[in-house]
Design a protein around this ligand. Structure first.
Ligand SMILES: NC(=O)C1=CN([C@@H]2O[C@H](COP(=O)(O)OP(=O)(O)OC[C@H]3O[C@@H](n4cnc5c(N)ncnc54)[C@H](O)[C@@H]3O)[C@@H](O)[C@H]2O)C=CC1
Ligand SMILES: CC(C)CC(=O)C(=O)O
Ligand SMILES: [Mg+2]
Length: 358
């Protein structure tokens, strides 16, 4: 039996997490395993209910369970709150820190049924399989943030980017270990021509590469990397990078797969894994049964693989997604001529049914 803490959050969060729960129920039946789910307030909805975006009760539940499944947080109604009350800064970042989830795995994999759904040509993306390893609990998102008024009346804003050798080494090991099980290549993405922190990343990662002679390490500057991801994404295997670069590049990489609604993630490093789609709360489509639940459902597959050591069952979930896409079912974001459009609930149900029949 495994206990999963559910944090639906805001915007489309409750809809996509409900879809993932449907699939979890199908996993229970298919694999004969029992999941206990406990839902907690998190993000803007938690602020509205309690005045705190990350209430203590939610923190406790997260620490007591075996894994956390998160939808998304944030939305325009909370954008003008005091910084520490904002869902992103007051809930999401502290959750990642609380769980010690320093390694964020964001696989960008193209399902063959969707090779024409990308805005890029089929031959550029077909068969794509990239793993972005993003450092998740350090860097500029966690550095000091403040403003000050200068003597001339101008206002200065400061965001500090800092990394220690230990923070770099532990996430780099995750990337090298993953590359060993994949195509044996790590690309470190940085801005070492300008940033001191990037130069430290290069030193630490290059030195660590000595312990992994079977893995090829190369370096690329982040601006060139953004361009190469669109020009020839299949040149990459594992991409290792710091927090903000990884955040930006993984949204870019998601579009190669057809939609940001397709990209799952696993945030590892602590005792309890955190699983969430890479996208946000999509306020523009919230409450309309339009959101693509596949990113969240594939995050459940990652949970099965990384937290519960159930790789075969994880594979069955991924195959069920592929099967439903092969049958022509699409949510609006990946809709193409001749395909059958379905909503969030229907897509999750189709995947659950297919999984039970597999
Ligand atoms: N992990 C989290 O909780 C994250 C939260 N956010 C927050 O989410 C809010 C909205 O941010 P945006 O910049 O608009 O990014 P977003 O990722 O929420 O949406 C960007 C675009 O992608 C679409 N989209 C996203 N997920 C989709 C899905 N599953 N199916 C179909 N279409 C989907 C949206 O409709 C929108 O057009 C903000 O408050 C932001 O801070 C943003 C990123 C991550
Ligand atoms: C608050 C942000 C760091 C969330 C985000 O965009 C992400 O983790 O992808
Ligand atoms: Mg992001």
């Amino acid at each position: 039996m495994y206990t999963i803490t559910l944090l639906p959050g805001d915007g489309i969060g409750p809809e996509i997490v409900a879809g993932a729960v449907q699939v979890l129920k199908a996993v229970q039946e298919r694999a004969g395993v029992q999941f206990v789910t406990r839902e907690a307030l998190f993000g803007g909805c938690a602020y509205d209910a309690t005045g705190d975006p990350f209430p203590e009760e939610t923190q406790k539940l997260c620490l007591e369970g075996d894994a956390v499944l998160l939808g998304a947080v944030g939305g325009p109604q909370w954008d003008n709150l005091a910084v520490e009350k904002r869902p992103e800064i007051g809930a999401l970042l502290p959750l990642r820190k609380l769980l010690g989830a320093f390694a964020n795995l964001r696989p960008s994999t193209v399902f063959s049924a969707l090779a024409d759904a990308s805005t890029l040509k089929r031959e550029v993306v077909d068969g794509l399989d990239i793993m972005v390893v993003r450092e998740l609990t350090g860097g500029i998102y966690f550095g000091a943030k403040y403003r000050e008024t200068l003597p001339d009346g101008n206002v200065k804003a400061v965001d500090v980017m800092e990394y220690s050798t230990g923070e770099i080494e532990r996430v780099a090991r995750v990337a090298f270990d993953l590359a060993r099980k994949r195509n044996g290549k790590v690309t470190l993405v940085d801005k070492a021509n300008v940033l001191e922190s990037s130069r430290l990343w290069r030193e630490v990662v290059t030195s660590l590469a000595g312990e992994y002679p079977d893995v090829e390490l190369n370096h690329i500057l982040v601006d060139n990397c953004a361009m190469q991801l669109v020009r020839n994404p299949k040149q990459f295997d594992v991409m290792l990078t710091e927090n903000m670069f990884g955040d930006i590049l993984s949204d870019l990489a998601s579009q190669l797969t057809g939609s940001i609604g397709m990209l799952p993630s696993a945030s590892l490093g602590g005792k309890i894994g955190l699983y969430e789609p890479i996208h946000g709360s999509a306020p523009d489509i919230a409450g309309q049964n339009q959101a693509n639940p596949i990113a969240t459902i594939l995050s459940v597959a990652m949970m099965l693989r990384y937290s519960f050591d159930m790789p075969e069952t994880a594979g069955l979930v991924e195959q069920a997604v592929a099967g439903v896409l092969n049958e022509g079912y699409r949510t609006a974001d990946i809709m193409q001529p001749g395909m059958k459009q379905v909503g969030t609930r229907e897509m999750a149900e189709l995947i659950g049914v297919r999984l039970k029949l597999s």
